[in-house]
Design a protein around this ligand. Structure first.
Ligand code: NAD
Ligand code: DAU
Length: 363
């Protein structure tokens, strides 16, 4: 496969979030000769502890900054001779976007534009030809599918339904426009639902694990028959890696694992793993159920809830030879085990002591 770009100095935004932190771990391991600038505003979703083990490494540098600060981005790009931007930073939780869309429009649309402006100024105004701006987006921009409809291809119409999805769709269009208008070397990936370590426990899978351990109800929105297409987070990162190096500029690649599950089936599977790994007779819940499944509770549906997402990953498979390494069985077991082994990590986040940890260790 022809390599079209060779990153050396890479700026990763949202590097203390779920996928961003997994990405920088992956990248440091894969490309120890690269310099990584990991930028994050440390919103409620950003957790510096996710990447603290990398901070002693010479080729890794954390910067606490906001992507809306264009001047700061320009300065960093110049100072570290950045040749590649991988843009994860976003407000990412659909439920929060329903209750408060403003932050989503600000960060996801204006924040992405701020980065693009900095990239244009530093790269294009200085005739730096070897550069890449990779924008990490979502399958939610395509809207929702009926049960018998084919999965989303890159040619699917954009029909975003939530304020989150609409803000991501807008950012995709702005990225595209910076290639067509100014010639910025951009690529975009639209990925399905990720799962794995370091996911903030407001999202379905970590929330279910945490609630099982606390004997709390497991909330299922509506009838629980909504479908999501799940991909292990490092498979997403492998896909992004392939796109940055070998993907064609101005191209969009859908990334997915061909792994559709209804929400209720996912929750049942997590409960089965919990029954196996943390048998209920080993912890005390009152009243004590026989299986974690007894904690499942149907609750009011999410407003405008998309029924089904599914990714057709033919393009990235055939053009860039992308194949997920994790099966769902191995990935979900690994993920549940990670949350069991790292209980203090998610408890810190949930009880706010993570903030105290940051103050003590860094500020
Ligand atoms: P996340 O919420 O876990 O992390 C987002 C990170 O961005 C946090 O660390 C946060 O502090 C940081 N951030 C937010 N606003 C910022 C700002 N103004 N400046 C700098 N940093 C800021 O999200 P995630 O699940 O890791 O998602 C990362 C990206 O991947 C997002 O763009 C999301 O749309 C996309 N995506 C996510 C999934 C998924 O299943 N989680 C799937 C497809 C695409
Ligand atoms: O498809 C990619 C998207 O996946 C990303 O772009 C988003 O950033 C990411 O958050 C995720 O969005 P979802 O809304 O699909 O993920 P979430 O984990 O919030 O919910 C998964 C499904 O489970 C969804 O149908 C809603 C449902 N759900 C969620 C929660 C938190 C419940 O039934 N109960 C819950 O308590």
């Amino acid at each position: 496969m022809t390599q079209l770009h060779s990153p050396k100095h890479i700026l990763v935004t949202g590097a203390a979030g779920f996928i961003g932190s997994n990405f920088v771990h992956y990248w440091v391991n894969m490309y120890p000769d690269n310099k990584i600038i990991a930028l994050d505003a440390l919103t409620y979703a950003g957790n510096r502890e996710n990447i603290s083990s990398l901070e002693s490494q010479q080729n890794f540098h954390f910067v606490h900054a906001d992507i809306l600060d264009t001047d700061k981005i320009e300065t960093l790009m110049q100072e570290y001779q950045i040749d590649t931007i991988v843009h994860f930073a976003a407000e990412s939780h659909v439920d929060r976007s329903i209750h408060g869309p403003d932050a989503f429009l600000k960060t996801n649309i204006e924040g992405t534009h701020s980065l693009l402006k900095a990239a244009k100024k530093v790269w294009l105004d200085n005739d730096i030809e070897s550069h890449r701006f990779h924008h990490v987006s979502t399958d939610e921009v395509y809207g929702t599918l009926k049960p018998d409809e084919p999965a989303f291809t890159e040619k699917h119409q954009y029909l975003p339904n939530s304020p989150y999805a609409a803000s991501k769709a807008s950012s995709d269009h702005i990225v595209r426009s910076y290639h067509h208008t100014y010639g910025l070397n951009t690529t975009i990936s639209n990925c399905s639902n990720n799962y794995g370590p370091y996911q903030f426990p407001e999202k379905l899978i970590p929330l279910i694990i945490a609630n099982c351990l606390d004997g709390k109800s497991l909330p299922i929105y509506g009838d629980g028959k909504q479908i999501r297409d799940w991909l292990y987070v490092d498979d997403h990162n492998r896909g992004i890696d392939l796109i940055i190096r070998n993907g064609e500029v101005d191209n969009t690649y859908n990334i997915g694992g061909n792994n559709e599950w209804t929400n209720i089936d996912i929750v049942n599977r997590v409960c089965e793993l919990m029954d196996e790994l943390v048998p209920l007779n080993s912890i005390s819940h009152s009243p004590s159920p026989n299986s974690y499944k007894e904690l499942i509770t149907y609750v009011k549906d999410r407003l405008g809830h998309d029924r089904r997402y599914a990714i057709d990953a033919t393009k990235i498979q055939s053009q860039l030879n992308f194949h997920p390494q994790e099966t769902f069985e191995t990935g979900i077991r690994k993920t549940v085990q990670w949350y069991l082994d790292n209980e203090s990590w998610w408890r810190h986040i949930m009880d706010g002591s993570y903030r105290q940890w940051i103050e003590k260790n860094y500020d």
